[in-house]
Structures are given as structure tokens and as C-alpha cells.
Ligand binder design. Sequence first.
Ligand code: NAD
Length: 261
Amino acid sequence: MQLSGQLSGKTAIVTGSNSGIGLGVAVELARQGADIVLNSFTDRAEDHALAERIGAEHGVKARYIKADMSVGEDCRALVRQAGGCDILVNNAGIQHVAPVEDFPVEKWNAILAINLSSAFHTTAAALPGMRERGWGRIVNIASAHGLTASPFKSAYIAAKHGVVGLTKTVALETAGQGITANAICPGYVLTPLVEAQIPDQMKVHDMDRETVIREVMLLRQPSRQFATVEEIGGTAAFLCSPAAAQITGTTISVDGGWTAL
Ligand code: NAD
């Protein structure tokens, strides 16, 4: 399917997009012709340089706006500073692993704020402009953990289930208005964050790279293959395409079969 250029004239905000999945989604939307707003909580020269590079490579406007997604007012200010958006990708997220009775309260609060509440704030700020223009695409990056659970990830799983619920509610509130809201639920995706865990896992389990990936990290992913940031980007672009105009309030799993088990 040839999709190139179909998003020209649209502006996309991607939260948490100076690395990993957010960056992959931003690059794919730029490839489709969308102007891009990259975001994270840092304000380094390299963050702005990344936006410049994406703009130059794809012939679109691209800029970087610093905003801390753990702070509600920052989330809303991001949308205001961007001048609104046609496409909103809520991607920023963090993780912490601990049994529920030992789960540090500040980690619980941070995960709920960054992984869930930020999507509420950005969506609330972006919707009026989308309604005025009669077109909008909200793509929330949830997780296989938005649909299933694993031990020791209480905050992450509560937040990701919350994102799925928020997605459905926003879809109902915008139905028939040219706006859709959907959640992508990735399984394990090979991002720099995940890549960095491989050497430690190799040591702990005394296994080579391929074995630790197959037998430890991807134990619950039946394909035994990572999803890629390009695949998540492609799924987000599909949700923004004309073919997806009636897809709203749903989840799309990109998880190698994890949630089919
Ligand atoms: P990552 O750490 O590479 O990316 C997270 C991004 O969020 C970074 O750009 C980071 O700077 C940003 N971020 C963190 N805290 C922030 C804050 N307070 N304000 C603004 N930005 C902030 O990780 P990733 O793997 O690319 O994860 C991206 C999203 O995908 C997350 O929501 C994660 O839960 C989800 N996800 C990842 C996987 C996976 O296997 N990698 C699987 C399922 C879902």
C-alpha cells in the first residue's frame, strides 16, 4: 500500500519522542508528510537537532518542545505551544517493577501521571481544535499490559488498562465528528531501553544473546520475535489513514500473538 504524503498539511504531536517507539512513530508520520512536534522532558541541543534532522530528511516542519508529561499543566501547554494538532500520539511512558506491597508511592504516582494522566490532559487540550477542523486522530500507545497482567508491574498495568479505558471513552465522545481514538498495544519492542537489558540478562542466565531473547525475554511472545519501532510507526500511520476512518475506540495488538494465548 502506498501511503507516502497522505498526511501532508497535518500536524502531529508525539509525546516522549526523543527515543524508542515515540521516535519511530514520529519518523513514520513525517515520512507520510505530517509536520512533527517531538517532545520529552529534557531540553538538550541534541533534542532540537533530532527534530531538525527529521524535518530535513522528510521535507516537513519539525520542532522539539520540552514539556514534562508528569505535570498536567505542562501537557496542556505542549498542545498550546504547538498551536494545536491534528494527530496526537500519547506515547510517553516509564516502568518500575516491585511487589505491590513494596511499590514505592512516588513511583506509583509518577507512572500514573506519565503513562495515564498525561493522555487525559493532552487529549482535553487537543480536542477543541480537532472538533473545529472536523478531523483528528488520537493514537495512544498502551501495551499488551493494557489487556493482560504480569506480576510486579501494578502501576504500569493499572495505567495501561486505564489508557485503554480512556481511549474507548474519548472514541464515544467524538464519534461521528471526524475524530478517532485508538490504542496500540505492543508486546516487547526492541527499543534502546530493551536492548540495554540484553547484556545483563545474558549474564544472569548465562545464555547467549539469541537464547536469552527467545527463552527469557520473549517467553510470552509466541512469535519469539521483537516488534520493531517501524512496525509500531506503520500501525500508527495506518490509524491516521483514510482506511481507518471508522476504526475508533479499539485496541490493535502488535505483540507477536501474546494476547492470543
Ligand atoms: P523509551 O524509554 O525509549 O521512551 C520513552 C519516552 O518517554 C522517551 O522519549 C522519554 O524521554 C519519554 N519520557 C519519559 N518520561 C517523560 C516525561 N516525564 N515527560 C516527557 N517525556 C517523558 O521507551 P519505549 O520502549 O520507546 O516506550 C514508549 C512507550 O511504549 C511507553 O508508553 C511504553 O510503555 C510503551 N511500550 C513499550 C514497549 C517495549 O517493549 N519497548 C512495549 C509496550 C509498550
